[in-house]
Design a protein around this ligand. Structure first.
Ligand SMILES: [Zn+2]
Length: 459
């Protein structure tokens, strides 16, 4: 099967030029100007951008949380991802206490198999680190699960103490894995939550008011300090607060391999959303919470100057009906998370590139190339080059669209950006050479995605 994509503007993290891309079976084989090669299908991309498929390195599909399960499974979630121009995800498998990492990995492989429409990998969430689990970490790295997520928040559920975190960091120094950290001071937050509830504060906004930015900054600083002592890199997930970014910037200025991602919700939404009437603030209950609007410019600067290296979504949707309402009388029982897997590329293009905050190349780097490099997928993913997987997005930079739960494909009954106009839309999407979105219509299939065995750290 040969597909020739003609006349588009090919954009990678470093290049931008008009050219043709020949896809043979699953890979890109030839790039040139005015290629005259017979193909089974020719796609006219003139006036469009030809981008490497988006990589969302932070999603939670089919994830149990707080007595319910995130609303998208691997089928609906990856269909939505594909519509939004994302062709690879790295999701999280959870080791529950008493379980092995292998058991967790197999459990999440079963959730994805036969359902995922795009390629998927896993980070492993560690909640208990015995000697045996440390050995398992080495084995998982060899098998392509090369990153581990640890929590400094959610005491009693996910939170690990500093000694355990430090042991895991040391282990990655030997096995080539990467530690991803949820950096919030869970002990402090827990006390603030109990105090708020005791004072009768039950509304959704207290979720944010009991998770101060300083609690994120403190944990970010502590995580980076422990990684520095262990002499290993560290990756901070879903960084939301300008105060936390300062800690990353300070560390990077000293030459430390500290990396961090942020998410569109922290760039486009703010604390003000929690003040929406009635129970609507619950739509935005996620951890870390949305921050004051004033911090957004600092995050954009961090993205532009490479103190933040990736934009992921932390896609973890819960419906307002029957899910978010679990916390109607107690904000601490509102399932944490919001939808975002489908809207990332358009939001960041519209709010980042079109406003001049980041360049078009930087947009590609933040949404695809850099996550591919950090998580062991480059150059197979994350660029347009001969030999790379034909994960390609044909992106219309001038078409506008209105974001709405009614027209998006995520299985959730609201959208945090409802009614927002964005310019820049993914039109046709290829996953390993198969057209899975054809001019706005889904043509992929459940089970079309493959497990991504990722390489160990090279940073
Ligand atoms: Zn998450």
């Amino acid at each position: 099967m040969r597909i020739l994509i003609k006349g588009g503007t090919i954009v990678t993290a470093t290049d931008q030029y008009v050219g043709d891309v020949l896809v043979e079976d699953e890979r890109i084989t030839t790039i040139g100007v005015s290629l005259d090669i017979a193909a089974d299908r020719v796609i006219d991309a003139s006036g469009k951008y030809v981008l490497p498929g988006g990589i969302d390195c932070h999603t939670h599909l089919d994830m149990p949380f707080g007595g319910t399960t995130s609303a998208d499974d691997f089928e609906s979630g990856t269909i939505a991802a594909a519509f939004g121009g994302t062709t690879s995800i790295v999701d999280f498998a959870i080791q529950y206490k008493g379980q092995t990492l292998h058991h967790a990995w197999e459990t999440w492989m079963r959730k994805a198999e036969g359902r995922a429409t795009i390629d998927y990998g896993f980070h492993m969430i560690i909640t208990e680190l015995t000697d045996q689990v440390e050995c398992e970490m080495d084995d998982l790295v060899r098998q392509g699960v090369t990153s581990f997520k640890l929590f400094m928040a959610y005491p009693g559920v996910f939170m690990l103490d500093d000694a355990t975190i430090f042991r895991a960091l040391l282990r990655t120094g030997k096995n080539g894995g990467t530690i991803c950290m949820h950096a919030e001071n869970g002990g402090v937050i827990d006390v603030l939550v109990r105090k708020a509830l005791a004072e009768g504060h039950t509304a959704p906004k207290y979720h944010a008011l009991t998770r101060p930015a300083r609690a994120e900054a403190e944990a970010t600083h502590r995580a980076i300090a422990m990684a520095e002592i262990a002499d290993v890199p560290i990756y901070i997930v879903h960084l939301s607060a300008a105060e936390a970014l300062e800690m990353v910037t300070e560390a990077r200025d000293r030459g430390l391999p500290a990396y961090a991602e942020t998410c569109p919700q922290y760039l486009f939404l703010s604390y003000d959303n929690y003040e929406e009437p009635g129970f609507d603030g619950a739509k935005y209950v996620m951890s870390p919470p949305l921050r004051p609007k004033e911090g957004q410019d600092r995050l954009w600067r961090g993205l532009a100057f490479n103190d933040l290296q990736a934009i992921s979504t932390d896609h973890c949707p819960f419906c307002m009906k029957e899910q978010k309402t679990l916390g109607r009388d107690d904000f601490s029982k509102i399932p944490n998370g919001a939808p975002g897997i489908e809207t990332r590329m358009s939001l960041v293009y519209d709010g980042g590139v079109r406003t001049g905050r980041i360049s078009l190349n930087r947009f590609v780097e933040l949404t695809s190339t850099s996550p591919a490099k950090i998580f062991g997928l480059f150059p197979r993913k994350g660029t347009i080059a001969p030999g790379s997987d034909a994960d390609i997005v044909i992106f219309d930079p001038i078409r506008a669209s209105t974001l709405s739960a009614r027209t998006l494909h995520m299985k959730v009954d609201y959208n945090p950006y409802e009614g927002r106009q964005v310019t820049g839309v993914s039109e046709t999407v290829l996953s390993r050479g198969r057209v899975i979105i054809d001019n706005g219509t889904f043509t992929g299939r459940a089970g079309g995605g493959n497990f991504l065995k990722r390489a160990e750290r090279r940073l």
